[in-house]
Design a protein around this ligand. Sequence first.
Ligand code: SAH
Length: 339
Amino acid sequence: MNNIYNLTLIDLEEYFLSIGEKKFKGQQVFDWLYRKKVKSFDEMTNLKKEIIEVLKNNFTMNTVSITKVERDVDVNKYLFKLNDNEKVEAVLMNHLYGNSLCISTQVGCNMGCKFCESGRLKKVRNLETHEMIEQILLVEEECGKRISHIVIMGIGEPFDNYDNLIKFIEIVNNPKGLELGSRHITVSTCGLVPKIKEFTKLPYQVNLAISLHAPNNEIRGSIMPINKAYPLDVLIPTLKDYIKETNRRVTFEYILLDEINDTKECAQELCDLVRGMNCYINLIPYNETNNISYKRSKKEKISAFYDILKKNRINVTVRREYGSNISAACGQLRSKKED
Ligand code: SAH
């Protein structure tokens, strides 16, 4: 049976037309789901009893549940159980500007980035759209606050689950739905070039972040297998096209790994690589994990790297750290598989 949270507003309207009902019922149901946030079809009290029965017979609704919440300063980590007993995580960060939720898009991940804990568990399956939506609805209910920002940077490679991801964006971004502004949604990819090209053509103003992590193919290829399929000489021109066609800025994420990609030469090479692009670089102090031997760059190295970028007039920030005490930081999700 299909899940009701898999349907966009247009899907719902088409569904009602297909069963000989008025189109606007789609809007009513959408409103119950995403404005009033009801938990059952029975609560949709402006629908006729017969319609509620039809919905109950044709759709499931809530299939995901929270099985664990870990709390740290300004951050909660949620463990979810899916219908088939698989598990994923999401991380809630309380910022001054709002509440940001980092959601997962797959169970496991096949991209194989050497430094990433989440990717050690191979992909089991894609999440369906409703499983991404339910992460938001459940966390809002649990914490009693509205989620104002979504970062699609949890477990999984979002562009490896492209169709479900786009439906998800359509639903959360819809002004009649969860109403999250495009600028409040960020999707991060390790660089699946064909999907970046498709994404370029879409009308959404969603922020695009690219996990770059190295200034040349040699280093990038040694830590990110995806670089063999889509090396920098393909990725960078694709991003230049994206920037030109959408008029938007790209974010580059760059993890600083001790002695791997944090030298002055790397910083200089990075400046040369992105020069002239409308972009900004987010330097991420590496979060060490038990199972991977990479080390975090020393403080002085991080500042030296930052200074070189600044001197070259590249927009750069160092990412504020959240949640490392509860293994909720970037690359640490699902590091304790016994959960
Ligand atoms: N697959 C997507 C999104 C998930 S990863 C992507 O690759 O962009 C989210 C970000 O965390 C990526 O930039 C990823 O490279 C980074 N990351 C992975 N492991 C990390 C770690 N141990 N410390 C800091 N950042 C990490």
